[in-house]
Design a protein around this ligand. Structure first.
Ligand code: NDP
Length: 252
């Protein structure tokens, strides 16, 4: 599928892999100018080259969303190259499950600082551009990638799920604050999706459990989720799919 994205300027975090990468490619295919934000410079530069080779416009912007100075520098780069952004996707995230009794504060901090506060830093940085686009009568989209984990509970995933529940509530609350200004806020909650996310799980038992889930059912692909993001952001600007849960059909 492709979606009409001409005249749009998008910022996608987590664009080095998975859903963020697929979203950046799809938005660019629709004609958007897309800034790809993530830590791995080589990955985002490779994707930019791929987008440009097929006639799209893209910019690689290395950023660590846990570092406020890095987010400020990235925002300045995007603004200098493209002006204001009217479509912002928060896809950067990490999932580091472990039994709560292990007390892995390093993992708790990384998850909270990336999945929740990282999204907030990006929202703060790009909100003036979204507001200005909306005030001009143009589409203005903020999309947050939460998770089905915001609702469903899994043992050992308590902190990850807590960050996603917080992000879902953040989206719902921000919507009441920004919707009145015509900034459209969309919260997406995917289920099992085949990406690099599970590759950072350092608990062998939980890693094996995740592998078994992938063998037990056909997972969503990153492209499936990208398709949804492009769909919701290309509706007429008064139409807001505010919350979308997307699961592999067999996932309970
Ligand atoms: P990936 O691991 O493939 O993508 C995560 C992306 O986030 C990577 O591109 C990574 O790039 C980037 N990232 C991580 N930390 C930072 C940071 N500090 N600063 C900037 N970028 C960062 O996994 P997914 O595509 O699956 O994840 C996308 C989102 O979807 C996440 O929020 C995840 O929680 C959520 N999700 C995933 C599900 C799944 O089953 N896969 C299900 C439900 C939700 P780099 O390392 O280069 O920075």
């Amino acid at each position: 599928n492709s979606y009409e994205m001409h005249d749009r300027t998008a910022v996608v975090t987590g664009a080095a892999s998975g859903m963020g990468a697929a979203t950046a490619v799809l938005l660019a295919a629709g004609g958007a100018r897309v800034a790809l934000l993530a830590r791995r410079r080589d990955r985002i530069e490779e994707l930019v080259a791929k987008i440009e080779a097929s006639g799209g416009r893209a910019l690689a912007v290395p950023v660590d969303v846990t570092d406020v100075a890095s987010v400020t520098a990235a925002t300045d780069r995007v603004t200098a190259a493209y002006g204001r952004a009217d479509l912002v996707v928060n896809a950067a995230g990490v999932m580091l499950p472990n039994p709560i009794g292990d007390g892995r504060e390093d993992e708790w901090t990384r998850m909270i600082d990336t999945n929740l506060t990282g999204a907030l830093r990006i929202i703060r940085a790009f909100l003036p551009g979204l507001r200005a686009a909306a005030a001009d009568g143009r589409p203005a989209d903020l999309v947050n990638i939460s998770s089905i984990g915001a609702h469903v509970t899994f043992p050992q995933y308590a902190v990850y799920s807590a960050t996603k529940a917080a992000l879902t509530q953040l989206s719902a609350s921000l919507r009441t604050e920004l919707g009145a200004e015509a900034v459209r806020v969309t919260n997406i909650e995917p289920g099992l999706t085949d990406t690099e996310l599970g590759g950072h799980v350092d608990n062998p038992e939980l890693s094996a459990q995740l592998g078994a889930m992938f063998r037990a059912m056909p997972a969503l692909s990153a492209d499936d989720v990208a398709d949804l993001i492009a769909y919701v952001t290309s509706r007429p600007r008064h139409v807001n799919l505010r919350q979308v849960i997307v699961l592999p059909t067999p996932q309970a």
